[in-house]
Design a protein around this ligand. Structure first.
Ligand SMILES: *[C@@H]1O[C@H](CO)[C@@H](O)[C@H](O)[C@H]1NC(C)=O
Ligand SMILES: *[C@@H]1O[C@H](CO)[C@@H](O)[C@H](O)[C@H]1NC(C)=O
Ligand SMILES: *[C@@H]1O[C@H](CO)[C@@H](O)[C@H](O)[C@H]1NC(C)=O
Ligand SMILES: *[C@@H]1O[C@H](CO)[C@@H](O)[C@H](O)[C@H]1NC(C)=O
Ligand SMILES: *[C@@H]1O[C@H](CO)[C@@H](O)[C@H](O)[C@H]1NC(C)=O
Ligand SMILES: *[C@@H]1O[C@H](CO)[C@@H](O)[C@H](O)[C@H]1NC(C)=O
Ligand SMILES: CC(=O)N[C@H]1CO[C@H](CO)[C@@H](O)[C@@H]1O
Length: 558
């Protein structure tokens, strides 16, 4: 075996919220019916179905049209420029059933930015070209152009889509994804996606040069599902509780630089899924949610009739926020109440640690195997000229808008540049381990495209010195995990999905500053999966836009 190590120093039915069409449910002599009393069931499938191998054949296609708009909005009462999907923050929710085919038509209505749309956490099983990553799976989509992404919902649960072009996701190009399927605990109502964001009154693009030269800026505020107050303006997110009812909430941390602790004063949270992986339910009073992570939770209206604060508390260990105590929504048992709650937060210790590995037990138990391949990456940060760059294994990532990895592969060109940090994984069915470590104090949310990974170890100190025992028996599985500050993260996954897949820190500044690498997995099978026409038409339109606009890339390209 060889060893890879990274040291990260990043020191027909479709429904979109707003519109209403619900996915159809086929009932071909179902074994059972999913209901408030039995959420574990899903027709002829259930929670024990191994969704890495088997997916319901619904025969249904969910088709969604999305369009990017450049506008202004006062999400917290302070007006600023925003880039939005269909004019709302969050954009329309994509809702499908487990096993459906999802077709998303994206129109770039912006005049001055390219774009690409990534469906976060979706495996894109044998559909890598639909992963929506500029410079990897496509050229950016030029202004005035359209592209269609098609993928199968092989997993179920909660996620989000977002732009993978420069810092555009954090100007507002994002929305929820709900894939209906079974759940590990019962609940009465699905209350939907709940976005947690940090927020600034200048655009992320305007703040980038400061982030690059002096480090991450102090954030002005945060948003709960796209709304909050600031000074005397804005309005809070409110949710009405009916006593005795239990609600499923699908939390998404879509921040640029903030890890949150989420809580509803006085209430207990039952956690039923992490990312796209259902877990054995556990209870907590507050939940640590890193950038890009999702948790599905159930909250029961079991407290006295009153108003309660819902809080997303930025952890100052990893970011600075001027409104740390004020990123709040309100839960009301009496919907006519207009008063502010007087409730108190649960006490907690500020930290940017993940939920404990021992609490995150996948319901579908799968063990990890010993590695066929292993690599070790040191993460470091350094200055390149006047600006900060993040390095994984001594490389700060740069990919080219006009020469995405899939284009190179389709042309039979395997002369990847050093800066595009390609790790080749040519063989099917191998277990790959990555040890990612940093001596820098900053924690980082590490996200892998195209796969769930198993978390084999996570802790502080140097991996070699600590020499942790790897958890191979049903380890937590997900697509984002925290690399602790001054610590290590060991992940493992199988080469079961051909394509060019990005692995990166999900802090927006850090992705742009080069904290990324890519896996070229099973390269000999990739060409057959590529739609050459879509690839080349998108690039032709992009090259023509670049030559007329003169726009040049000033970040990592992803
Ligand atoms: C993924 O795609 C491959 C190739 O088409 C197929 O054999 C496999 O069953 C798919 N996996 C799932 C979970 O659908
Ligand atoms: C998004 O906006 C476009 C253009 O107005 C519209 O055709 C489409 O139906 C909208 N999509 C959703 C999901 O609401
Ligand atoms: C959005 O509109 C503003 C004001 O017209 C313009 O300066 C900016 O370049 C536009 N952004 C994009 C991405 O089109
Ligand atoms: C995207 O548009 C914003 C203005 O809305 C601008 O500041 C930024 O430079 C543009 N980025 C690229 C890569 O074109
Ligand atoms: C959050 O916003 C989305 C999109 O508008 C909506 O579908 C969802 O219901 C909202 N979440 C809650 C908990 O109200
Ligand atoms: C192959 O790709 C490399 C870097 O990605 C590029 O420099 C080179 O020009 C390409 N070769 C050909 C023949 O296109
Ligand atoms: C108002 C408030 O809580 N501000 C905090 C924002 O974050 C910085 C840095 O972590 C803290 O020092 C402030 O107290």
């Amino acid at each position: 075996m060889h060893f890879f190590a990274f040291a990260a120093s990043c020191l027909a039915t479709y429904l979109v919220s707003g519109a209403t069409a619900s996915p159809s449910t086929r009932s071909l002599s179902k074994r059972c019916t999913n209901s408030a009393e039995d959420r574990s069931c899903w027709g002829n499938y259930d929670l024990s179905t191994n969704y890495y191998d088997e997916v319901p054949d619904t025969g249904d296609t969910v088709e969604v049209y999305l369009e990017l708009v450049n506008t202004t909005a006062s999400l917290d009462g302070v007006e600023r420029n925003v880039l939005l999907v269909n004019g709302t923050f969050p954009g329309p929710t994509i809702i499908a059933n487990w096993g459906d085919t999802v077709v998303v038509h994206l129109y770039n209505g912006l005049s001055d930015n390219g774009t690409s749309l990534h469906f976060h956490g979706l495996h894109q099983n044998f559909t890598n070209q639909n992963d929506g990553v500029a410079s990897i799976t496509q050229c950016p989509l030029a202004p005035g152009e359209s592209i269609t992404y098609t993928w199968r919902a092989t997993q179920y649960g909660s996620s989000w889509y977002h732009s993978h072009f420069a810092l555009q996701a954090w100007e507002g190009v994002l929305g929820g994804i709900i894939i209906n399927g079974p759940a590990t605990a019962n609940y009465d109502e699905d209350a939907g996606i709940l976005f947690l964001n940090d927020w600034t009154h200048e655009t992320a693009d305007a703040l980038y040069s400061a982030a690059e030269t002096t480090g991450p800026p102090t954030l002005d505020n945060g948003l709960i599902n796209g709304t909050n107050v600031y000074d005397t303006g804005g309005s809070r997110f409110e949710m009405d509780f009916v006593s005795g009812t239990s609600y499923r909430l699908r939390l998404v941390n879509a921040a640029i630089d903030t890890m949150f602790k989420f809580m509803i004063d006085g209430h207990t949270i039952e956690v039923i899924a992490m990312d796209f992986v259902p877990i054995v339910p556990y209870s907590t009073t507050y939940l640590n949610i890193g950038i890009g992570q999702r948790y599905d939770i159930i909250v029961t209206a079991d407290q006295a009739t009153a108003d309660y604060w819902m809080r997303a508390i930025p952890q100052t260990t990893c970011s600075d926020n001027d409104s740390a105590d004020n990123i709040k929504g309100i839960v009301r048992y009496d919907s006519t109440s207009t008063s502010d709650p007087t409730t108190t937060a649960y006490t907690y210790t500020d930290s940017c640690d993940d939920e404990s590995m021992s609490d995150l037990v996948p319901y579908l138990a799968l063990d990890a195997s010993d590695p066929d391949i292993s690599d070790d990456f040191a993460v470091t940060v350094g200055r390149s000229g006047n600006v900060f760059k993040w390095f994984m294994a001594a490389t700060t990532f740069v990919a080219e808008w006009d020469n995405p990895t899939l284009l190179q592969i389709s042309e039979g060109n395997d002369t990847y540049t050093t800066a595009s940090h390609v790790i080749e994984l040519p063989t099917a069915g191998e277990w790959v381990y990555f040890i990612i470590e940093t001596t820098n104090a900053v924690p980082h949310p590490i996200h892998l495209h195209g796969h769930d990974f198993s978390i084999l170890a996570q802790g502080t100190g140097t991996y070699a010195t600590v020499a942790p025992t790897l958890q191979l028996t049903n380890p937590p599985r997900r697509d984002v995990a925290m690399l602790p500050g001054g610590g290590y993260l060991v992940i493992g996954f199988q080469t079961d999905n051909p394509g060019a897949w990005l692995m990166h820190c999900h802090i927006g500044w850090h992705t742009s500053e080069g904290f990324a690498l890519q896996l070229v997995e099973r390269v000999s099978e990739i060409t057959a999966l590529i739609d050459e026409t879509v690839l080349s038409d998108t690039c032709t339109a992009w090259n023509s836009y670049v030559s007329s606009s003169g726009v040049v890339s000033s970040d990592s390209g992803v």
